[in-house]
Design a protein around this ligand. Structure first.
Ligand SMILES: Nc1ncnc2c1ncn2[C@@H]1O[C@@H]2COP(=O)(O)O[C@H]2[C@H]1O
Length: 897
């Protein structure tokens, strides 16, 4: 079952089969008293009768619907079930009302105007199909059947073509093999020998085949059987036959049948094509459209409906009331024929419903309702979010140019763009703002002009610390760190020319493809036997105070493969989503881990395992469980594991300054992140034994690849505020003030997850998830946070050492091991990078400990700072080597010691 146009047709044919055929049968054989009463009623217009659960009304009256068809007066026959059980349906209620009304004048005016459904007005032009020669398929088990031959020769005489098959299987094969254009118009099935050919079964199979709604099915029955039973036709009609015909060899009878079929078939095809065309039109509407039957079961839902509500396109008829509520539903249930009222719609991906304006109409070819149409307007807010940055919005933008122009708004910048086919949404925003200045007080004009000036810059999401006092970093260490993390400019104060070969970047770090080869040949045969203790530790892998450094110890520096196997293979079973075996996953994890540089103090596979663990922890939260598909969760875990693969232990700025081949390759733009993402796929696709994507079909692979790349690229810190601002603007609303002010104010933000229904907003969630995981070390319990702080500081110091040794520009001069204040660097890092982001994320996934840990770490660093503790050595002395990081420090002395 699916909410598709064919469901509309199925619904129609079901109605025709179950009600229409009963009507026909009843008209033919209804108990005499009812027939007699009906006949009497016909003679005495305006009478209404009830019998055996059916109401029969005959009236001779001026009927607006019939008169549209050219008859001013018509006699109408209504057969309606009036039992209490169906009273809930608008159609039933409308039916009961009209059956009780004796004259049109007796019906209250409001009923005439609002209660009866409007006719389904399909323009005649829509119901035209060009005449085609008739194609006939005969299914007759008997070899050289004379009845079959008679049918075929009648078709030939009518200028058509006939072919015959002898079994149900051959008939279905012919249907499935034929292209749509070649499908027969009529299928004649020999139903005379049920033991040789089960005609009803075949009819059901044909109707279950795609695009067969318009084919006319004729069952040939024996004359004796036809005459024996008044209801002989019913099982055939129920099975999907359109007609039942008595066996005949008469050329005249067959000719008449064939010609009638040609006419009926053309009309059926025209109707199917018209419904398909209308469904295609509805699919291209931006508004959310659903069509239900008279019981309000959804038969058709357009693409916008599916997209916004998170439905798959192929879901079956379901009660609209499961999804919709509010005044619109009450109006629909009251039997109103046309209404406008708000509707609340529940979405799959988000707990909160959305409220949209809705227009509805009850439709029916007769006075009773057959379908109800709901058109829910995509509100501006939803639309704007959906369109942001998409091609779709750019296309719409081109129309907006004209509409804005016709509004006569002032927009000098737009005038130049009139001739171009494209316009960015921001241009329209600027134009609207400019228009708003007209007649505004000077202070407002000044404000708007300042805003417009800001909008005109291309770096809308780049932080501007100097302009914003709240973002001003006072401490020189913090300035160094934050500046280096966020700045896209490389430090170029000294013109530097690299001496020697470009790939002699560092003896402790290499970042070229030879790493891949080495890893594949030597180190893929890791044994993954988990000892009891290791198993116990891995059992706690989903707790926020997971002992990552213990895992590093126990696995001798290979935590990623072990943790990855436990989480990805075990808890999340990504092998199912990726359709790969666990062995391939283990190989993948192993080779990825091998391509991390164990010599890096921070950017090694323990950091990758830590980020993986954080992502896994986040994925367990209800909000993410309800939003992300298994494949998206798998992509997030893969991205986390690989996000820093082959990190050289120096920053992108360093690589650019050093004119490293990677910086040259990636044009100094997102150098490291581009490399991590590219290398991840290179490693994966290079060898079938590690290729976890090898069984995915093209589209699924593309989707996973896109997700993994997007998440890895999102870890680039120069885009930190861009990602954070987008996330906050989409998912947080403030009770007062503009959204632009949402960040860095003391006013609490209100979480608003309605935007989750749009795929482009789910991308923001995935980016935020990996970003938060990447720097989650500052939001971990203190003993972990401090060890990570030591490790990153050590790596920064090594970079500074190397820059000095190679006479390169020093990216973070304050990060000199002799002088750098670790507490201050951490205070700055938490203040400017961590707190805002963790607050936004913690509220979104309901994980307050992220903020609590960050705050308590901040407080501890401040205490240390105030106690005069500064260098790494000071810190560990002050901590008394009592914690894990102290012990690790002791076991692994730094160069300083
Ligand atoms: N505790 C920390 N203190 C200072 N800088 C950090 C800390 N944790 C992460 N970072 C920086 O944040 C960056 C996030 O992206 P990278 O992993 O590439 O590199 C990371 C470090 O440069």
């Amino acid at each position: 079952m699916g909410c598709t146009p064919s469901m509309l047709l199925d619904h129609k044919s079901r109605r025709r089969d179950s009600t229409g055929s009963q009507e026909a049968a009843l008209a033919k054989v209804a108990p005499t008293p009812v027939c007699n009463k009906a006949v009497q009623a016909a003679k005495a217009p305006r009478a209404s009768l009830e019998s055996d659960g059916f109401s029969i009304q005959l009236s001779s009256k001026k009927d607006s619907y019939v008169s549209q068809m050219g008859n001013n007066f018509a006699t109408q026959l209504h057969i309606k079930r009036i039992s209490g059980s169906s009273s809930g349906s608008p159609g039933a209620r409308a039916g009961r009302r009209s059956s009780l009304a004796l004259t049109p004048e007796d019906e209250p005016l409001v009923d005439v105007a609002n209660r009866s459904p409007p006719p389904a007005h399909i323009p005649n032009a829509m119901l035209y199909t060009p005449p085609e020669p008739l194609e006939l398929l005969c299914v007759f088990p008997e070899r050289a059947s004379r009845v079959c031959a008679a049918a075929c020769s009648a078709v030939a005489r009518a200028g058509g073509e006939a072919r015959s098959v002898r079994s149900a299987r051959d008939a279905l094969d012919a249907l499935r093999r034929d292209s749509e254009a070649k499908l027969p118009h009529v299928i004649v099935v020999d139903a005379r020998q049920p033991q040789t050919l089960d005609a009803p079964l075949l009819a059901r199979a044909i109707r279950g085949t795609k695009n067969t709604q318009h084919i006319i099915l004729i069952a040939i029955v024996k004359k004796s059987a036809y005459l024996k039973d008044d209801f002989v036709v019913l099982p055939y009609l129920d099975a999907g036959f359109n007609r039942v015909m008595v066996e005949t060899l008469s050329a005249t009878a067959w000719c008449a049948e064939v010609l009638q079929c040609r006419a009926a078939g053309a009309s059926a095809r025209a109707q199917v094509a018209a419904v398909a065309a209308l469904a295609a039109a509805v699919d291209r509407c931006r508004d959310l459209v659903a069509v239900t039957d008279d019981q309000q079961r959804i038969l058709l839902a357009n693409k916008s409906w599916c997209r916004v509500l998170g439905w798959r396109g192929d879901e079956g008829p379901r009660p609209l009331s499961e999804t919709a509520g509010g005044e619109a539903m009450r109006q629909a249930s009251s039997g109103a024929r046309d209404w406008e009222a708000p509707v609340t719609l529940r979405r799959r991906a988000a707990p909160d419903p959305i409220l949209l304006p809705c227009r509805g109409a009850a439709i029916g070819l007769t006075k009773s309702t057959s379908h109800i149409v709901f058109v829910c307007e995509q509100t501006h807010a939803v639309e704007t979010e959906r369109g942001r940055g998409s091609l779709h919005s750019i296309r719409r933008g081109s129309l907006d140019v004209r509409s804005v122009a016709s509004d006569g708004l002032r927009r000098t910048s737009l005038a130049k763009l009139q001739g171009l086919p494209l316009e960015a949404p921001i241009t329209k925003v600027i134009s609207l703002l400019s228009a708003a200045t007209e007649g505004a007080p000077p202070s407002t004009v000044a404000c708007i002009e300042r805003a417009v000036d800001m909008l005109r810059t291309s770096e809308l999401y780049s932080p501007q610390m100097r302009d914003d006092p709240k973002m001003r970093v006072e401490d020189p260490v913090a300035t160094d760190l934050i500046g280096a993390l966020l700045s896209r400019e490389q430090v170029n104060s000294n013109l530097f020319f690299m001496q020697g070969p470009t790939n002699t970047l560092s003896s402790r770090r290499s970042s070229n493809d030879s790493t891949v080869v080495r890893s594949q040949t030597n180190r893929t045969n890791i044994k993954h036997k988990t000892t009891g203790q290791l198993r116990e530790l891995l059992d706690t892998a989903l707790s926020w105070d997971f002992e990552i450094f213990r895992l590093e110890d126990m696995t001798r520096g290979r935590p990623l493969a072990h943790l990855g196997l436990a989480l990805m293979g075990g808890r999340f079973d990504i092998c199912a989503a990726l359709e790969c075996d666990e062995r391939t996953l283990l190989h993948w994890l192993t080779i990825i881990e091998t391509n991390y540089h164990s010599g890096n103090t921070y950017h090694n596979s323990t950091h990758a395992a830590d980020v993986l663990q954080a992502v896994a922890y986040f994925l367990e939260k209800d909000r993410l469980k309800s939003v992300l598909e298994p494949l998206e969760a798998a992509a997030a875990l893969l991205a986390a594991a690989a996000h820093d693969v082959d990190h050289p232990g120096t920053s992108s700025a360093f690589l650019c300054n050093a004119r490293h081949p990677l910086a040259v390759l990636y044009n100094d733009v997102s150098v490291l992140e581009s490399h991590h993402a590219a290398l991840t796929f290179k490693i994966t696709l290079n060898d079938n034994r590690v290729n976890i994507f090898k069984n995915l079909d093209r589209d699924t692979y593309k989707q996973v690849r896109h997700n993994v790349i997007d998440m890895i690229l999102a870890t680039e810190m120069t885009k930190h505020f861009e990602h954070l601002a987008k996330f906050v603007n989409v998912f947080y609303a403030k009770s007062s003030g503009s959204k632009e002010d949402n960040m860095h104010t003391d006013e609490p933000l209100a979480l608003d997850t309605t935007a989750l229904s749009l795929p482009e907003n789910v991308i923001l969630v995935k980016r935020m998830m990996i970003k938060c995981a990447d720097v989650s070390n500052a939001s971990r319990p203190q003993k972990f946070a401090f060890e990570w702080a030591r490790r990153i500081a050590e790596e920064y110091f090594l970079q500074t050492d190397e820059e000095k040794a190679k006479d390169l520009p020093v990216v973070m001069p304050m990060f000199d091991r002799a002088t750098c204040s670790i507490p201050r660097s951490q205070i700055g890092f938490i203040d400017y990078i961590i707190i805002d982001m963790m607050e936004a994320w913690a509220a979104f996934i309901d994980m307050p400990e992220l903020v609590n840990h960050a705050r308590s770490n901040h407080a501890r660093w401040r205490e240390l700072d105030e106690a005069g503790v500064s260098t790494l050595a000071d810190v560990w002395r002050a901590l008394g080597h009592s914690s894990i990081h102290g012990q690790l420090q002791a076991a692994q002395p730094t160069a300083e010691e």
